[in-house]
Design a protein around this ligand. Structure first.
Ligand SMILES: Cc1ncc(COP(=O)(O)O)c(C=O)c1O
Length: 377
């Protein structure tokens, strides 16, 4: 009482104010990738190699309304997505990329201690984002390679009273696997009081969808993005298809304007009006995927896993793919690897399907460098 405390004992450190569950992380990724180099191949982020479609480019060129807020409810965008998916616009909750829609999902569902089932190796954001919201991650690994299947019985057995969400990635990143539909259906019907999130970021490349499951079952949410097949990764437009019952709650938790800028929204709408062009490009990428898979498969010791996406996962006859990844990057060819030992992908690389020139550059460089690292059995 009445004691004068010194500044040093009085003051809380600012870091003590940070929410429980938020771990410090390195915010700056050293920019080793020199994308300005010619030639270079950016095959590490599963992006589209194509620029805007003609209609979208025309919208961008003519745009003058940046001083105005977007439509508050993003009604025109949601109508365009509704026409594309054949789902009522009210059930479509967009966001600034799927990562942002996952954030809305977490705000809707997750309280500290809630359990989220994921099946690794899969898209890393599920674990990091849900953990940040206090969720306990329950990992039910995929069956070992080469199958990478969902262990449906183990998933259903892992459900407890605390389970709020099962996140499935269909087709899966980074394995490229399209899971059998009956496995997804068994999870949906076997877990009626858990939300089953189906991430269909790559659905267009798989030429299949589970939107009908979301129409038939109240516990299914589908996640889609325009980043991949529509080539709008930089504009950040994704969306979730939710059950009617959750819509009023989403109207509460979704951010103003759904975090989508007016120009991104206009470009997304224009792209969806240019589906013929997008489908032509999709066919180019599917043909390139088949070609690159065949070419890689011909190299001795390389195992190419079947892909229903715009990337290929390949296991290599090397002790570890780390030096190869580095040497490819030194030659301005960028691909991804996954270093977590339990995921058993440390000898693999994931290669996004780029333009024919990108893929050729990758294949030439890779074929040459692989010989320096090959382990003979
Ligand atoms: C499976 C999966 N889901 C979601 C995303 C994120 O997509 P967006 O660009 O819409 O945030 C990605 C991006 O790589 C992905 O691979």
């Amino acid at each position: 009482m009445g004691e004068v405390m010194t500044a040093s004992t009085d003051k809380r450190s600012v870091t003590s104010l940070v929410r429980t569950g938020v771990e410090p992380a390195a915010g700056y990724r050293p920019g080793t990738a020199d994308h300005s180099h010619h030639p270079s191949a950016r095959l590490d982020m599963n992006e589209s190699p194509f620029g805007l479609s003609p209609k979208a480019q025309a919208v961008l060129d003519a745009y003058t309304d940046g001083n105005r807020y977007p439509d508050f409810l993003q009604a025109p965008l949601r109508e365009a997505l509704s026409a594309y998916t054949d789902v009522p616009a009210e059930r479509i909750i967009p966001g600034a990329g799927l990562d942002d829609v996952f954030e809305t999902l977490a705000l809707l569902l997750i309280e500290p201690g809630d359990e989220v089932i994921i099946c690794e190796p899969t898209f890393g954001v599920y674990r990091s984002l849900m953990t940040m919201h206090g969720a306990v991650i329950v990992n039910v690994p995929l069956t070992p390679k080469p199958d990478f299947r969902l262990d449906v019985d183990a998933i259903l057995a892992a459900i407890t009273e605390k389970t709020k969400l099962i996140m499935l990635c269909q087709p899966n990143n980074p394995t490229g696997t399209l899971m059998p539909r009956e496995d997804i259906e068994r999870i949906v019907t076997g877990a009626p009081s858990v939300i089953v999130g189906i991430d269909e970021a790559y659905a267009e490349f798989a030429q299949t969808s589970h939107i009908d499951l979301a129409n038939a079952h109240e516990n299914v949410v589908i996640f889609r993005t325009l980043s991949k097949f529509a080539g709008l990764a930089g504009y950040r437009v994704g969306y979730g298809i939710f059950p009617d019952a959750l819509v009023p709650y989403l109207n509460r938790v979704a951010p103003p304007f759904f975090n989508i800028s007016a120009i991104s929204s206009e470009i997304a709408i224009a792209s969806l009006n240019d589906l013929d062009v997008l489908n032509e490009r999709l066919n180019v990428l599917l043909a390139e995927r088949a070609q690159l898979s065949a070419n890689l498969g011909e190299i001795e010791g390389v195992t190419v896993y079947p892909s229903a996406t715009n990337f290929i996962l390949a296991d290599l006859p090397v002790a570890t793919s780390e030096p190869l990844l580095k040497e490819l990057a030194e030659r301005h060819v960028y691909v991804r690897r996954f270093g977590i030992p339990e995921h058993d992908l440390t000898q693999a690389l994931r290669i996004s399907i780029g333009s024919p020139e990108d893929n050729r550059l990758f294949l030439e460089t890779f074929t040459e460098l692989l010989e320096h690292h090959r382990v003979s059995h």
